[in-house]
Ligand binder design. Structure first.
Ligand code: NAP
Ligand code: GCO
Length: 267
């Protein structure tokens, strides 16, 4: 097979969770362009409908369903519906996620649990739902959307960092437990990406200046810019394709170099 053909997703069925917009939308769009049949889910029919329209604007036909990834019954119903009406899921991207930015000692246990539920428990639930059919089919790809916070902490994101750190190890454990069935489970670790999730960190200040966090991130990023969701597309296609069949348990950081960089030194 010619090397570039190994990056094709022709004939594959891909489920990307939380992909009505943001990073999930970019990844799902790339999978559709690479030839996959794409399904996505979210929590509201309104945003699903808007998402489908946005895919259509790109000339992409995708399937969208309301499904709360934290609810195991909804997840199992969705996977059964997809397998019946479309086909066995070859590629699962656990992208759906939330963040709460609150100093730890001011965060309630319920708020902490809510973040863990979406960002860590749900990837477990989703992966458990698709692995049996992947084993029967003889192959599968699971890609978990990790984070800088899979490696680093910072103020106010204790729940999110705990979840994303756990997601890194869940990735490695799925790789360890199911690699023998030709299932590869890897993580993709976006740096700081311009989406609705990080919009509060990029708000222009009343005096027209950049948000301090915005300045902080561009100073910590060798690429000296925030990432765009599109920066994740080709790496995500690689992890979903035959090209990565011997890559397993790896977290591919797509961060403009943040994790490698100490930060801009004083002049
Ligand atoms: P976003 O714009 O806030 O999108 C989050 C998505 O998750 C939405 O589509 C949302 O769907 C979905 N979602 C949330 N809870 C859900 C649930 N219970 N069931 C189903 N879907 C649910 O965020 P984003 O920036 O694109 O982030 C996507 C992923 O990348 C997240 O896992 C995030 O932690 C991770 N990440 C983001 C960055 C960044 O800088 N932006 C960097 C590293 C990692 P609805 O809108 O329908 O609720
Ligand atoms: C934050 C940001 C980050 C990014 C991302 C970085 O508040 O620090 O939201 O957590 O979302 O996870 O990789």
């Amino acid at each position: 097979m010619a090397v570039l053909d190994r990056f094709s997703l022709e004939g594959k069925v891909a489920l990307v969770t939380g992909a009505s917009h943001g990073i999930g939308f970019a990844i799902a769009s790339a999978y559709a362009q690479a030839g996959a049949t794409v399904i996505f889910n979210g929590t509201s029919q309104e945003r699903i409908d808007k998402g489908i329209a946005a895919y259509k604007e790109l000339g992409l036909e995708v399937h969208g369903y309301v499904c709360d990834v934290t609810k195991e019954d909804q997840v199992n119903e969705l996977v059964a519906k997809i397998e019946k009406e479309i086909g066995v899921i070859d590629i699962l991207v656990n992208n759906a996620g939330i963040i709460k930015r609150t100093p730890m000692c001011e965060m309630t246990a319920d708020e902490f649990r809510q973040v863990i539920d979406v960002d860590l428990n749900a990837p477990f639930i989703m992966s458990k739902a698709v692995i049996p059919s992947m084993i029967k089919k003889g192959h599968g790809k699971i890609i978990n959307v990790c984070s800088m916070m899979s490696e680093l902490g910072r103020e106010t994101v204790s729940a999110y960092a705990a979840a994303k750190g756990g997601l890194k190890m869940l990735t490695k454990n799925i790789a360890s437990e199911y690699g023998e069935f030709n299932i590869q489970c890897n993580g993709i670790g976006p740096g700081y990406i311009a989406t609705s999730q990080t919009a509060p960190l990029r708000e222009v200040q009343p005096d027209g200046s950049k948000h301090p966090f915005d300045q902080f991130i561009t100073g910590r990023t060798p690429a000296a810019r925030w990432g765009d969701p599109e920066d994740l597309q080709a790496p995500a296609v690689f992890l979903a394709s035959d090209a990565s069949d011997f890559v397993n348990g790896h977290i591919l950081y797509v961060d403009g170099g943040i994790l490698a960089y100490f930060g801009k030194q004083p002049k």
